[in-house]
Design a protein around this ligand. Sequence first.
Ligand code: ARG
Length: 277
Amino acid sequence: MVTVNQQRFPRKRTYLMCSPEHFTVEYAINPWMDVTTPIDRDLAVKQWDRLRETLVGLGHEVHLLTPEYGLPDMVYAANGAFTVDGSVYGARFKHEQRAAEAAAHHAFYESQGWRFVAPSETNEGEGDFAYVPEAHGGLILAGHGFRTEIPAHAEAQEALGRPVVSLRLIDPRFYHLDVALAAIDDSNVVYFPGAFSAASQRVLTQLFPDAVIADDEDAMAFGLNLVSDGANVVLNSEATRLAGKLKAAGYTPVPVELAELKKGGGSVKCCIAELRH
Ligand code: ARG
């Protein structure tokens, strides 16, 4: 059981973000995207900047990737790679429209001296991979079903030397793992069971008996697409129910408004890649 009002301790993080200066919805590769919906790019930049300031205000370090014209989804920086203990497993996007983003992330990691493992398999970085460092000695959770392909899970395990647990996503609205599940501290997760196959739900119950469970309303508000430092949980302001559940479990919800970026099918976590040195 999650102890009510248990004290939670934050750990300083390093993140990578990319400004939505060139954000548009000009193609639709997930059910949230509608090319006829008008986008207010200035508002998107403003909301994104508020998110960045929130992270900095919590004491975290934020690196920036230079946005590129013609790559409107580049703001979703979580998809460009996945890092564990100083190693990076590069992304290889499913959709042609986003393919070129991988090279920008690769160049960033190279310039910072990371050990970079280039992928041969289709995978969308932290969109479909999560790391829980104190769970079972350090566990990688990996989604498949829509974007990342199963062979990439084995490739990530070889690249990063941590066990990878494959989880099957079954609802197209929750096309990436990070819209259905998030690590809330070093050993626990929050997730929406309905996004996963029955077998994968069993696996999650076995591995995380104390998980915080979200409902479909939380999930539809992009509540699961959150970033936690172990105590402060930055999440979409519309996810008020989930914020209440997290508060009851001893975390401090930090709501941020990201309505413009929701039109591309993403929220808080999609905009942030964690750099795990
Ligand atoms: N429009 C983007 C796509 O469909 C959104 C990516 C959201 N990112 C995420 N980590 N879930 O690829």
